[in-house]
Design a protein around this ligand. Structure first.
Ligand SMILES: Cc1ncc(COP(=O)(O)O)c(C=O)c1O
Length: 371
């Protein structure tokens, strides 16, 4: 018999509780305002998030997946095109590409970073390649310098999937500061999460900013007078207000995640799991804390029996999913991604997590390997 779960992988209720009065006050005001979309809360949040990211513009949209879709659409990606990305990521990355009518062309990951291996990108470029989409997985920025070098050489735009990278840095710069569009998700469990679905695209480019603003609202510069075909992907006033409240805390919450990660690293050093280690020019927001072990499934069961919840991001690489069979990939094509899927395990990580939990989790991991 398993213990009931005592230590959740992520407990969102604690964070909501810590800012509850502000959330309720904003909710009350917005409900009574009668204005629920494309209002002042969205305008404010867009300004604040752009300032936080260090970009000229932020465009609020309905989800991270639609942020990626709209970024690709703004670059004119469509039917018959190809977008190079990693097969070791969340489904949404590929869904957005497929939604445009393009094909996701996978390049394997660097097993040390879990991010797309820039050395493998160039051989995947064809005349149909219309974008490269690196993912900053787990909050660790992809190797942007090497990726941009290839992209610029071939004149291909880069769209960053920054869904997991709020506050992460590459040589001191956040996603969106590399002369390319960066797409964020505010799914509730993200480092900056809404209380529902939401997303944003950040950019310094005024014409892409204008185009994405049109695309997210049916292509209408004025009501009922659309000039291009767009969709409904608006970030509503309630979510925008909640995100403004939470944005003020983001750096503090990320710092707390750093402290938790440091303790994990200290307590697990010398054990049989491989802890995440980052190059000096990277700052991770520790969206998740992922260790690696060949006995992953057994370790997960051991922890579960003791009431400790873990998660696997991701159990199946995108090229081996049933839904992607039509893309024509075969098992074995991206060995590093496939192996990562067998070995990664995300330990509990959230800013409000008591440090005693880290001690207990580390203790249980040592115990597992000593049996
Ligand atoms: C790497 C990655 N890409 C895309 C998405 C899609 O974002 P959303 O769930 O907001 O649509 C997510 C988040 O869930 C993600 O983690």
């Amino acid at each position: 018999m398993n213990d009931p779960i005592r230590i959740w992988r992520c407990d969102l209720s604690k964070q909501a509780d810590s800012i509850l009065d502000e959330l309720l006050e904003e909710t009350r005001k917005i409900l009574l305002s009668g204005k629920y979309t494309l209002g002042s809360r969205l305008v404010n949040f867009e300004k604040e998030f752009a300032a936080y990211c260090g970009t000229r513009y932020a465009i609020g949209v309905a989800s991270g997946t639609e942020a990626l879709y709209l970024a690709l659409a703004a670059h004119g990606v469509g039917e018959g095109d190809e977008v190079i990305t990693s097969p070791f990521t969340f489904l949404g990355t590929a869904s957005a590409i497929i939604m445009t009518g393009a094909k996701p062309v996978f390049a394997d990951i660097d097993p040390n970073t879990f991010n797309i291996d820039p050395k493998l990108i160039e051989s995947r470029i064809t005349p149909r390649t219309k974008a490269i989409m690196p993912i900053h997985l787990y909050g660790q920025m992809a190797d942007m310098e090497a990726i941009l070098h290839i992209a610029n050489k071939h004149g291909i735009p880069v769209v960053e999937d920054a869904a997991q990278a709020h506050g992460s840095l590459y040589r001191g710069k956040k996603a969106g500061n590399f002369d390319c569009l960066a797409c964020y998700s505010f799914y509730p469990s993200k480092n900056l999460g809404a209380y529902g679905d939401a997303g944003a695209i950040v950019t310094d480019d005024p014409s892409l900013n204008d185009k994405i603003r049109l695309l997210r609202n049916y292509g209408q510069p004025t009501l009922y007078r659309s000039v291009i075909n767009g969709i409904n992907s608006r970030l509503d006033e309630l979510q925008a207000a909640y995100l403004s409240i939470k944005l003020k805390h983001l750096d503090g919450w990320n710092t707390r995640r750093q402290e938790i990660a440091e303790v994990y690293k200290k307590k697990l050093s010398g054990s049989s799991v491989r802890v995440p280690l980052f190059a000096n020019h990277l700052y991770s927001n520790y969206h998740v804390y992922v260790v690696r072990t060949e006995r992953r499934d057994e370790l997960q069961r051991h922890l579960e029996k003791r009431g400790i919840q873990t998660n696997i991001y991701y159990p199946v690489p995108l090229h081996m999913l049933k839904s992607h069979e039509f893309l024509g990939y075969k098992p074995g094509e991206f060995p590093h991604a496939e192996k990562a899927c067998e070995e990664v395990l995300a330990l509990p990580m959230y800013a409000e997590m008591p440090m005693e939990y880290v001690d207990e989790i580390a203790h249980e991991i040592w115990k597992f390997y000593s049996i």
